[in-house]
Design a protein around this ligand. Structure first.
Ligand code: CO
Length: 136
């Protein structure tokens, strides 16, 4: 069912500083940057192979990413796997025992469709399934 890692999500306190690390120090291409108001975060995508590093910084402290950083510090937040059909993948993952956090897929960064799964059902790793938009 899972065939490709789309991205690794990393929580960062300062997006510009993190971009300098991944782009300028590590040499990855910055391909996208977006404020996601619904999640109270700003995100950046950097290309690595045919996948991405997704940097996420909180817009304010009392947000999902802000609380994550307060609790655990900066660092790895989730692993996202690309799927061709998010609704089919959600049904199959549920049937296989994975617990979705979202009842329905929602719109993620760059107009993708995403579903997150509870870490208690995925070996302690917050897991995302993502159906990239047609252009990506
Ligand atoms: Co993600």
């Amino acid at each position: 069912m899972f065939t490709r890692i789309d991205h690794i999500g990393i929580a960062v306190a300062d997006l510009d500083q993190a971009i300098r690390l991944y782009r300028d120090t590590m040499g990855m291409r910055l391909s996208h940057r977006e404020v996601v108001d619904s999640q109270a975060l700003e995100a950046a995508l950097l290309d690595i192979g045919d996948g991405h590093i997704e940097l996420m910084s909180p817009l304010y402290e009392d947000s999902v990413i802000g609380k994550f950083i307060a609790r655990k510090g900066e660092g790895m937040h989730h692993v996202a796997y690309a799927v061709p059909d998010i609704n089919l993948a959600l049904r199959e993952a549920k049937a296989a025992g994975m617990e979705p956090i979202d009842a329905e897929p929602r719109i993620g960064i760059r107009q993708s469709k995403v579903v997150f799964f509870h870490p208690r059902s995925t070996g302690g790793v917050l897991t995302e399934l993502v159906q990239p938009s047609e252009e990506h």
